[in-house]
Design a protein around this ligand. Sequence first.
Ligand SMILES: *Cc1c(COP(=O)(O)O)cnc(C)c1O
Length: 429
Amino acid sequence: MPPFQYRATLSFAKQMDEADPLREFRSKFLLPKTNSGDKIYLCGNSLGLQPTTVSSYLSKELEKWETLGVEGHFKGENPWVFARKTSKPALAILLGAKESEVTPMNSLSTNLHLLLVSFYRPRPGKYKILAEAGAFPSDQFILASQAKFHGYDPNEAILEIKPREGEHTLRTNDIITKIEQHAHELAMIMMAGVQYYTGQWFDMEKISACAKAHGVPVGFDLAHAIGNVPLQLHQWKVDFATWCSYKYLNAGPGNVSGVFVHDDHGQHFNGPRFTGWWGTNEKTRFQMQNDFQALPGADGWLLSNDNVLGLSALQASLDIFIEADMGRIRKKSELLTGYLEFLIRDSCDDPSLINIITPSNPKERGSQLSLFIHKRGKEIFEHMHSEGVVADWRNPNVIRVAPCPLYNSFTDLYNFGKIIKQSIRKFVE
Ligand SMILES: *Cc1c(COP(=O)(O)O)cnc(C)c1O
């Protein structure tokens, strides 16, 4: 808990903004506008805002394309053949990985399939995948289609962990117990880092340790975790992970994803893997021969040459993350999320009307609260939207609100608090 009491007043919010070491970072982002000012943008968990520097980063590459044409692959500052390498130091910091363990490529769903080719190795009697119930639909489709691809019925192969009756999130002990009970039949554990619907940050370290103790490979989907919560994938001995760059990472719609493969595997991998020319030894790549010599580390999973324009937009954002520092971002995230929780409780303390399903323990959440609205949720959501609040609605009745430390202020949250209070009065009380 912060060493002070939160207050639902504008002067308190302004005081918090003045004391915020990251306050200048808001001006590095383009905020959508209303007629009278900035929207209250609380949707960075879905699509992060555009850094003001993106267009100049892109222009550089466009200019190279214009002036050098194909020679841009080998000439100029940052030749395109090495484009992905620029992002590695920052990605490694955000993920708690070695640079050799990360590489940017493809999109999240594509990467998850590629990683499962290597890490989901089912055999009779040991073919099950442990996953959280209610995972993001793409992840559910991916797991089901991978099980089918190996000849298993997804209903049998996918073992879901559900919250206890009357609860919305998972207890770490229940996850551990489930792993222990089923370890003998598990081929893999695949979970979100931060769950998209509830905002719960799973105890990745404990889950990995338990998986390791039982010899079961473990992977995480970090779509809602990267750039949101501090990660230590190497130290936690996570086997593999993927993410997307357009949510908390602010790299633009559909932009480049990436993979993490622990060096315990990546440095001498001889399991199955789908390969392409970008994953082979750089010295022989352009000799156009047919013997594949995998690059060491995560790079061995590369298929295609780099998406240079995408990577340059990503870099604009990563440079901001490095300047801001993940430690400071996390500190502000805890304060903002705590303040948001306080304001929501202040606007309505009736849990039969609004229930915050995201854990209240800061160690079990990042920058997101999911509000389970029992009555007239859609009307409340739409009214807030007409007042300039950008949040998101997830069926059947959840509003997700995500304050992003890089561009949201305490005043944004104060204003959100006023609007949600009005909306509740208008429709429910
Ligand atoms: C956003 C998100 C995706 C999106 O996948 P794409 O391949 O980038 O379209 C997948 N899984 C999870 C958990 C997500 O949050």
